[in-house]
Structure formats: structure tokens, C-alpha cells
Design a protein around this ligand. Structure first.
Ligand code: PEP
Ligand code: MN
Length: 338
């Protein structure tokens, strides 16, 4: 619920409204968005009687929740959130590219990729150290040494280090080494992990689960913000449908839907959506055209030898061409309203 106070409301009246909201178990917070006092009751456990709030002194308007999420809702925060992680900025009209291999495979590999993607305009370096693999026999990642290699390669090239944290016991190491904590698609509804990353001060890249609705993605983000961390970047990475021509089905419409419902930035991962490198270029340009705040793409020095996701990883020359086209389309996007 959002309560808008009259411009001349006194401190006593504001306190009175807070008391009413608290009597329903809510923990109200006060803001001054839009030049007037707004009181938001974001964590009420029982329905708040709007009539009772309306009749309190000094109240101009009471807006009842249209959505089950509150802290991530645009209703509560009309301005776009802008989230900075070193050189990478998400939100605010730009188009930020995170690039790198599916997994950190060696110190040499990650340094080589970092230098290449930075030279062509990427602002974030991806690379899994803890890998969620469908098969227990597949490469599971290098673990903490992989995080160190990623961090050093990112620092050397002024990139934000982005990597997945799969479980609560990995959070401390990830906080120490990373600039962005990625919560993977399979963990989107691991509520204990969401709360734990919500207790850190690192930006969180939250990927949409393959079978999750947009509302469930936003509620997962709500867990992180409610735990105290407002720096969440959403990521659409394709959902599971009956279509098998691509690895997942990229739900490009998720971008305008999320932008209408939420103030959080949203990026697209065309690599895991497509599953094949030949589709990554056009899906990236689609992400730019539809108004996404960026993309995360997989790039590998020798995709044929990659330990994971080689089929969807771009060769260096393909990444270079992609960044050229992103630059040109970005100039055009700046002239239209998406
Ligand atoms: C990844 O980006 O490394 C990854 C495993 O992607 P997703 O969680 O979207 O499958
Ligand atoms: Mn991958």
C-alpha cells in the first residue's frame, strides 16, 4: 500500500498513519519521491484496512497494491534504478555488455578473453567458477581459484567481475572476489540463497528460471531487496517451451513488461537463450532494439575446445563484429523512445 500525505501534513499526522499501518503488522517506510510524503507499507502480513488509513488525518490518497511485489514495483519507485558495478552501469539508458567464457578454465584463458572483450567495449567479464551442470560428470568449474583468476583478469582490464554463486556457503568467497553476484536460472527460487545475497552489498544479477513467470522473477528480486540489497539487475535468458530449434525460447517481451512493472534494470543473455552462436548476433540486436539495459554473451578463444557451452560461444572475430553493430544501433536507439 502507498499512502500519499497532503503537502501540509504535520509530523503528528504522518506518525498517526504509521501507527495505523503498524497495527496491521506492516513496517512502513517514508520517502519523498515526486515532491510529497509517501508512506509505503511493504511487508504487511495481514491485509491493511484501506478505509481505516484513508480516515486518518492528513491523508490525501491511498493506493492499494496492484501487484504482489512492492519494493521492486515501479508504483513505489517511479524512477529507473541505476546500478553501478565498477565500469559497468545498468539502467539509465545505456547498453552494457558483459562478455566472457561460460567457465573459467585457466588463468591464461580468462586473461586472454578479458583483454579481448575489454578492447572491444565490454564493461563486465563473465566466467563461471561454480558451474551448475545438468550432468554430475560434466566440468563443475574451478571453484575459488577460478574466482581469483577472474578477479585478477577483470581488474587488469577495468572490467566488473561477474560470476555465479550457487549456494549460501559460496557467498563469502564470491563477495570477496566479485563485483556482481550472479544467481543462476536454476536457483532463481532458492529463497535462502536470495536472502543471503540480499544481506550483502554487492549488485546481484538475477536470472529468470527456465519455467518461471515474470511475476515469479520479480518476486524473487523482491526477496533480495527485502533482505536489504536494492542493487538487483534482472536477466532474461530464455524459457522452456515446446520449441527445440533453440536451447530456450527468448522471451523478448519480458523486457517491456518488466520495464512497465518494475524500476529494476533488465539485461538479456542471448547465448543461453539460443544455444547456438549463429543466433547470438541477431538476438543481441533485438535486445538493444527492445530497450534492454544490456546483454551477457559467451565468448571463448577456441569455442571448439571449450569445457562448457562451446556451441553457443562466440569466436573473437564474431564478438568484434557484434560490438561494432551494437555501437551503431546504440546511436540509433538514442534517437527513439524505447
Ligand atoms: C550462466 O550464465 O553461466 C548460466 C549457467 O546460465 P543460466 O543460469 O541462465 O542457465
Ligand atoms: Mn554457459
Amino acid at each position: 500500500m502507498i499512502v500519499t500525505m497532503q503537502p501540509a501534513a504535520t509530523l503528528k499526522e504522518i506518525t498517526g498513519v504509521i501507527r495505523v499501518l503498524e497495527s496491521f503488522g506492516a513496517s512502513p517506510s517514508i520517502s519523498r519521491d515526486c515532491g510529497c510524503t509517501l508512506i509505503t507499507a511493504a511487508t504487511s502480513k495481514v491485509p491493511i484496512d484501506a478505509q481505516q488509513v484513508r480516515s486518518a488525518g492528513g491523508v490525501r490518497d491511498v493506493h492499494e497494491d496492484a501487484h504482489p511485489f512492492k519494493r521492486v514495483s515501479r508504483d513505489y519507485h517511479p524512477e529507473d534504478s541505476v546500478i553501478d558495478a565498477r565500469a559497468a552501469r545498468f539502467g539509465g539508458g545505456g547498453f552494457t555488455v558483459i562478455a566472457g567464457p561460460c567457465a573459467v578454465e585457466s588463468e591464461e584463458q580468462i586473461h586472454a578473453v578479458a583483454a579481448h572483450v575489454a578492447a572491444h567495449g565490454a564493461k563486465g567479464l563473465r566466467g563461471g567458477a561454480f558451474k551448475p551442470r545438468t550432468s554430475p560428470y560434466a566440468f563443475q568449474g574451478m571453484g575459488v581459484p577460478g574466482l581469483r583468476f577472474l578477479r585478477d583478469a577483470a581488474r587488469a582490464n577495468n572490467l566488473a567481475a561477474v560470476s555465479e554463486v550457487m549456494s549460501i556457503d559460496q557467498v563469502a568467497d564470491c563477495v570477496e572476489h566479485l563485483d556482481v553476484l550472479q544467481v543462476g536460472a536454476r536457483n532463481m527460487q532458492n529463497f535462502d540463497l536470495l536472502k543471503e545475497v540480499g544481506r550483502t552489498d554487492k549488485p546481484v544479477l538475477l536470472k529468470r528460471g527456465p519455467s518461471s513467470k515474470i511475476e515469479e522473477l520479480l518476486l524473487a528480486a523482491e526477496y533480495i531487496v527485502d533482505a536489504g540489497n536494492p542493487r538487483v539487475v534482472l536477466c532474461e535468458r530464455g524459457i522452456r517451451t515446446y520449441e527445440t530449434a533453440t536451447r530456450n525460447t527468448l522471451d523478448i517481451a519480458a523486457v517491456p513488461v518488466v520495464k512497465q512493472l518494475s524500476h529494476l534494470p533488465i539485461i538479456i543473455d542471448p547465448s543461453h537463450a539460443a544455444g547456438k552462436r549463429e543466433y547470438v548476433h541477431s538476438l543481441t540486436l533485438a535486445a538493444l532494439a527492445v530497450g534492454a539495459d544490456g546483454v551477457m554473451v559467451e565468448v571463448h578463444p577456441t569455442p571448439a575446445k571449450a569445457l562448457s557451452d562451446g556451441r553457443q560461444s562466440l569466436h573473437y572475430a564474431e564478438f568484434e563484429k557484434l560490438m561494432d553493430d551494437v555501437g551503431r544501433l546504440s546511436d540509433f536507439r538514442a534517437t527513439v523512445n524505447v
